[in-house]
Design a protein around this ligand. Sequence first.
Ligand code: ZN
Length: 316
Amino acid sequence: MAQRRNSRAGKRRGGVLGALGFAALVLIVYLAEPLGLGSLLGGIFGGDVPVSAIAELPEEGLAVSYIDVGQGDATLIVCNGEAMLIDAGVPEEGQTVVDYLTASGVDSLVYAAVTHAHDDHCGGMDDVVDAFPIGTLFAPYTEFDSSGAFTYFEDAAAERGLYITVPTIGSTFTLGGATVSFVGPVGDWGDDLNDSSLIIRVDYGSRSFLFPGDASDGTIADCAYIGGYDLDCDVLKLGHHGSSTSTDEEILDLTTPEIAVASCGLDNSYGHPHDEVVDLLAVRGIKLLRTDLDGTVTVWTDGEELSLYEAGEQAA
Ligand SMILES: [Zn+2]
């Protein structure tokens, strides 16, 4: 417990710095607009998707923010004022996620999901559970035999009187005007914890987003081949931070995204996103966004058009 308290103190310091960084970038973005730098930011992303250099998102539509939490995942989904969080980064980034949600105007979560028990996904979720009322808490299991981050998450949930719900694969839920579907995993995950990842699809109007956690390519493909679920999407969060173990030709054939997002840390020791994946995306003309280089990125849609927003911290 002492180790955890030390860890939490570190989180709070990071949170203050994170908030300052957020405020600074909001100011930069605010100043950039009248100076006509919006098109410059658009140039950074390139391609067809327009970039709007504003800090605040429209209240309508669906906004998906891939939060820069270093080497880890944390994704905020807001639709018509209702919010869902998928993962919350490593323990040290929990306060970053809390701060980002607060700065985004989120004061409660209809759903929060932990994709699997690795600490770069569930590590910060105890802070989120402490900070916000949550309607339903999803995870692939209700307990995990370790003394690590999932246990802290379990404890935080229990302290708040929250039950962990294991979703039925194939079940759907509404988030504002969006539909959230659990499409995997469809088989036994064996001894690879990454393959226990909940695989989540979000549809709004004609647009769709896929979140495969850290599942490997075979496990993702099985959602289509065994489960019969449609994996075709417009925005794909690359599995396992852009690892070649999660993305290959077959996965891109099944998903056909317009935009791919790698949620990874700057100069991470794993080499994520892997060069093979970056090359595959380039050959197909798929726009790659990287939290290590682009910071937090938000994709917004009205159900038809897609837009990009710069609304978070810059990692570089
Ligand atoms: Zn991971």
